[in-house]
Design a protein around this ligand. Structure first.
Ligand SMILES: [Zn+2]
Length: 204
């Protein structure tokens, strides 16, 4: 457990976020030269040998002090290295995004645990999934037709369309992008260094 299990954002060669891995796996990938560490402020990238630094402070590696500004280090006997938060793949481009599984949990994440009709945020156990076009009218269970709803709104809607129930969707449902779910999943725990990469993708 601990630092080696922390999350590292993985960018493809085009600097688009493609996945999240552990610190342990990120370090191995960089060691094997299939990725480089990223300083999220300067956008400088570092090979394994450039990232690791001698414990002796006289040893230099001034640039890396910046990279380790989250203040956290992995310590070896005679070396230390900043805990990486972002890596960029150097060999293959990676798919842009995982296939996103169609699950209740991912629907909750997409809709931020918020009733899509009234905006309330009851405890997750009290949230239901509502078919926008009711199943009795041929509505299917899909990203485009399922939304999170509180019990009250779900009850009010019954087998009606939103218009008939006089309910308005906060936004029309669609398949979420991988990084949207990631943002939602991590909430306040999202490292500051990730934001720019995730946000950049959003603007497209
Ligand atoms: Zn509601």
């Amino acid at each position: 457990m601990g630092i080696l299990q922390d999350n590292v954002l993985v960018l493809n060669r085009s600097w688009q976020p493609v996945s999240v891995t552990t610190v342990r796996h990120a370090v191995v990938q960089v060691y094997l030269e299939s990725a480089r560490f990223v300083d999220a402020e300067s956008f400088d990238t570092f090979a394994f040998d450039e990232w690791i630094m001698p414990k002796d402070p006289e040893g230099g590696a001034g640039d890396l002090e910046a990279a380790g500004k989250n203040g956290r280090f992995i310590h070896g006997c005679a070396w230390r290295m900043p805990v990486p938060e972002v890596i960029v793949l150097s060999r293959h481009n990676g798919n842009s995004g995982f296939p996103i599984r169609f699950t209740r949990r991912n629907l909750l994440l997409r809709d931020h645990y918020t009733c899509q009709y009234c905006g309330s945020q009851p405890p997750p156990s009290e949230l239901t999934l509502d078919h926008v076009v009711p199943r009795s009218r041929g509505g299917v269970s899909s990203w485009d037709n399922l939304v999170v709803a509180c019990r009250r709104c779900n009850l009010r809607k019954e087998d009606l369309t939103p218009e008939e129930a006089r309910l308005k969707l906060l936004r029309s449902p669609r398949q979420p992008r991988w990084e949207e779910l990631q943002l939602s999943r991590m909430g306040d725990h999202l490292p500051a260094s990730w934001r720019i990469f995730l946000a950049r993708r959003f603007r497209r």
